[in-house]
Design a protein around this ligand. Sequence first.
Ligand SMILES: *Cc1c(COP(=O)(O)O)cnc(C)c1O
Length: 513
Amino acid sequence: MSMNTQGRVTSPEASTFINVETVSGNKGLAQRELLIFEVGTPRRSGVDFPDIKGTKTRLGGMERESEIGLPGLSEPEVMRHYVRLSQKNFAIDLGVYPLGSCTMKHNPRLNEKMARLPGFADIHPLQPQSTVQGALELIDELADWICKLTGMPAVAMSPKAGAHGEMCGMMAIRAALDAKGADQKRRVLVPESAHGTNPATAVQCGFSIDSIPATDDGRVDMDALKAKLSDDVAGIMLTNPNTCGLFERDIIEIAKLIHGVGGYFYCDGANFNALVGRVRPGDLGIDAMHLNLHKTFSTPHGGGGPGSGPTVLSDALAPFAPVPYVVKKGGTYSLVENTDGSESFGRMTAFHGQMGMFTRALSYMLSHGSDGLKQATEDAVLNANYVQASLSDVMSPAYGGVCMHEALFDDSFLAGTGVDTLDFAKAMIDEGYHPMTMYFPLVVHGAMLIEPTESESKAELDRFIAVMRSLALKAKAGETEMFKQAPVHAPLRRLDETRAARKPVLRWRAETE
Ligand SMILES: *Cc1c(COP(=O)(O)O)cnc(C)c1O
């Protein structure tokens, strides 16, 4: 190896490195990390205990005779292992995370501070209710905000995720149909642009699915819907704004049609972040809708925390709501825990729901106020339209016109380049961006669904747009090989995804086993 006059290292090996220029200048620094079992040796430990002498065992012959099989590491090795692992997580705190439908918005630190208050964080669900009045009041106040924002009379707080909320709503619908003796009503209509969890939930609750096609502009085909209406229809599960990022403009008529055959209207409200403060679902004729506190109301999700899916219910469905729920009598809060003498369909979860997420969501609502929540909605929609408009000359928007909170592109701009949606997403990783949602919704070929959220500044959006433009132009300029190799800056490069899905290795085994 020798230094040339410019001070650059030249060596025969240097030329064997693939050196791909990135547009953003982002390059991975993440270090490769082995499994903790592979790093440690059983005899090493973070502390040094002297051998115990002269003490008689009190285990009565129950002592372990073989190795326990845990890894042994020193304290610095443990620290490095977990810090390196933490660096492998991409997070909203690291960069733009445009995963469509997932609403990866900033999680305000004020929420975290509130959730850590001992009166909320250090309590136990089985504590006497007289000692947790503040926590019950918080649940009640959050429920009140949710009812006001949605324009609905009741809310079940216990569902622990969006899909769990769907289950709550569909179980309430099932209970309401059973109470009427409407045994023939077992068919649920599900538009093609619904989220995948919708049909799964309906089937789980004992219904059959009937799919409704989308129109060329990405909405429910009303003629097809009307043709499917009959006495056996239990209801519809519709996502609004739908997974194409579009508002279902016929929603009021859809509600009327469904009610006209004695069915119920379930609306998937995971995208409520596009509506808060502008539209009240209760005014649209909805019977049940879940909210994702972990999307719309900024509580962390994915690797960052559990979900929470409170489900609002119309007057028709409210009597069937699950227990427990909070009631207030003469200044005292209590939880209704049993179903005796009521029509409640029962209990969905051990306790009352996700207390930490309730605290964060209420903190978000109170710190924004009703005007701030409306502003967040408007900014989210504006940001998505800015992305769509800025990329529409080099990429291909799936539908014309304005979008709601997410911008949807198809893969027609890549036609003839040899680059597909997956390759494009991989190239984004080299630029330091988490890929957008891909190949979903299914109604759009090679879909790329981008949800910037209101968290991103114009400068941040401009950087993202510049990178996306540049990648689109590179694809069109025939730099196909770069896309096929990507990512080259991620520690494990391009993974064999088919093998990972078909033959996952989920358990570490010692080589001697
Ligand atoms: C995220 C999402 C869901 C599911 O929510 P989970 O909390 O992941 O169960 C359902 N529908 C839509 C439209 C979503 O975006």
